[in-house]
Design a binder for this molecule. Structure first.
Ligand SMILES: Nc1ncnc2c1ncn2[C@@H]1O[C@H](COP(=O)(O)OP(=O)(O)OP(=O)(O)O)[C@@H](O)[C@H]1O
Ligand SMILES: [Mg+2]
Length: 259
């Protein structure tokens, strides 16, 4: 993890889809500073660019313009290989549709990111078992995803997102496919992560999810139209001291590219 003041910084970040007559500015010159440890919720109507923004922040898509830093380290120009390593080690993703590997048991799904990042099978299994316990699923560890409820699947996905102790957890409509009891369980986990100081960016239509955040950003047509820091959130951090690039960081270590 990193001691950098900002987990995420973006300047005039842009992403277009399509070309010429079908061109859509999904993310239209966004500036964003997410202090380390902040839980941020992004809301807005369908098609306003929330998922695109999340994909950019996590290195799943590349920006067409602007600049992006993770823990003070510029990432928008990284090679495919470095970007893949970054996603594996520094970012945890949670999706509406879970994206678990159907052929693998719960514990195998959770240990996979650690194995891919080079952990020993024993260490990966131990960490996965701990995480499943933390999300209340120790007794489901041998189950295949098909044998789990929606809420249980999402809790496995959250455990998986945490496998490599990521700098930031990015979640896209994490309760979108859940009934309200299952959503409550998942909300409780996010609240626990927030209290533990995990940097979180959650895209959501769900007011109950948004209510667990420190900060609420509303998007429309690829841009931010509102940005509210909720009561109890850390007060604004002076940005003059901490422009992009000012961060000193352990991310290079996470990426294996220090020095
Ligand atoms: N691969 C793509 N090719 C072309 N256009 C795309 C692509 N992905 C997204 N878009 C367009 O970019 C815009 C933003 O899409 P995005 O998926 O980011 O919206 P969203 O806010 O996540 O919507 P929802 O709430 O429905 O998930 C939309 O107009 C969408 O049609
Ligand atoms: Mg979306």
């Amino acid at each position: 993890m990193s001691g950098a003041q900002f987990a995420i910084q973006a300047r005039t970040l842009r992403r277009e889809h399509g070309e010429e007559r079908t061109l859509v500015r999904a993310v239209d010159e966004i500036d964003l500073d997410v202090p380390t440890g902040q839980a941020l919720a992004v809301t807005g109507p369908s098609g306003c660019g929330k998922s695109t923004l999340l994909h950019l922040l996590g290195g799943l898509e590349r920006p067409t313009g602007g600049a992006l830093w993770l823990a003070g380290r510029r990432i928008d120009g990284l090679s495919e290989r470095a970007l893949a390593r970054l996603r594996r080690r520094a970012v945890g993703f949670v999706f509406q549709s879970f994206h678990l590997v159907e052929e693998l048991s719960a514990v195998q799904n959770v240990e996979l990111p650690a194995l891919l990042a080079g952990a020993s099978p024993r260490a990966a299994r131990r960490r996965a078992a701990e995480l499943l316990d933390r999300v209340g699923l120790a007794r489901r560890s041998a189950h295949l995803p098909a044998a789990l409820s929606g809420g249980e699947r999402q809790r496995v996905a959250i455990a998986r997102a945490l496998a490599n102790a990521p700098l930031v957890v990015l979640a896209d409509e994490p309760t979108g496919n859940l009934d309200s009891a299952a959503a409550r369980e998942v909300l409780r986990l996010f609240e626990e992560l927030r209290r533990g100081g995990q940097t979180l960016v959650i895209v959501t239509h769900d007011d109950r999810v948004a209510a667990t955040a420190d900060r609420l950003i509303a998007m429309r047509d690829g841009a931010f139209v509102d940005d509210v820091w909720l009561a109890g959130a850390a007060p604004g951090i002076p940005t003059a001291l901490s422009g992009p690039g000012a961060g000193s960081t352990g991310l290079g270590g996470l990426l294996g590219m220090d020095g």
